[in-house]
Design a protein around this ligand. Sequence first.
Ligand code: NCC
Length: 333
Amino acid sequence: KGIVVFKLYCLAVMTLIAAAYTVALRFTRTVSSDLYFSTTAVFLTELIKLLLSLGMLLRESGDWGRCRSVVVSNILRSPVELLKLSVPSVVYAVQNNMAFVALSNLDAAVYQVTYQLKIPCTALCTVLMLSRSLSRLQWFSVFMLCGGVTLVQWTPPQATKVQVEQNPFLGFVAIAVAVLCSGFAGVYFEKVLKSSDTSLWVRNIQMYLSGIVVTLIGVFVTDGAQVLEKGFFYGYTPWVCVVIFLASVGGMYTSVVVKYTDNIMKGFSAAAAIVLSTVASVVLFGLQITVAFLGGALLVCVSIYLYGLPKQDPSRVQKPSSDGEDTQRLIAV
Ligand code: NCC
């Protein structure tokens, strides 16, 4: 029971942070007149996540001595493992930068809705990379979920006044790249994490170490001359710090969610959390719901139900505890 509550807590916090992050990021890209260099924000996020993971590792190991020996043996003396984790770190670095490109050119709501394509992309990567199988019904439910979340988050397009030039086409290309990166990197990290007993915090440290290097290269390749001229923290406001904070804490929660569940379930549960939080806002704050929301919520619920149904084809037997049943059980609690 305790672990289920913990999983639900992590999923809820992750989803809330993701929503706040997207809105805050968009705000910082439209309001400020001295626009900060987004590549520096991506770099600082990796740095903070590294420090937070070191702190968590210290907590897990119990004392300095043990923590030090884990760092030395698993990180400093494991170049192969570092190399393995540099793959998702490069892909995530691209993805995280793409989020800034997309949200500099598109409205946050449009971004949220289009970004849902990551759900089928993640399912495809899971099938291809983790050699799991999804029944036809499960595939159907994945697409139904994608449609449901799109409807749930649908808001009529609003003309926001922005001070910067926008290029919606570039925004959509950035989302397409982010969708592919999210699916691949998420499943790759899950595969590495679950293929050994190595602690989540060690895996995170391995990934964020190369993340720091890669994102720093990103700073200099993209904004090098300008950063040298205007300074690393040019255009930073308290809101930019909020964005970096949300990205760091959100990333940590994401890693915990992937450890205890999986990437497909992350999509299903995040959808359920969005529906539930909207229903809570209706009850608590009298928020008006739209027909689109009702239709979307229905699709989300049905897709969760269908995904969790036992597989029909006995020749495609899965591991004893199927993901689908887990999803339903988790969401039912
Ligand atoms: O897109 P998404 O996640 O799959 O991106 C995963 C984010 O988590 C970080 N991460 C992942 C694994 C790990 N061990 N450590 C990490 O720090 C990656 O660096 C990457 O930023 C989602 O499922 O929708 C989710 O969305 C992001 C974010 O909203 C979008 O990517 C916005 O562009 C959420 N991140 C935050 O809220 C900060 C994530 O929680 C959920």
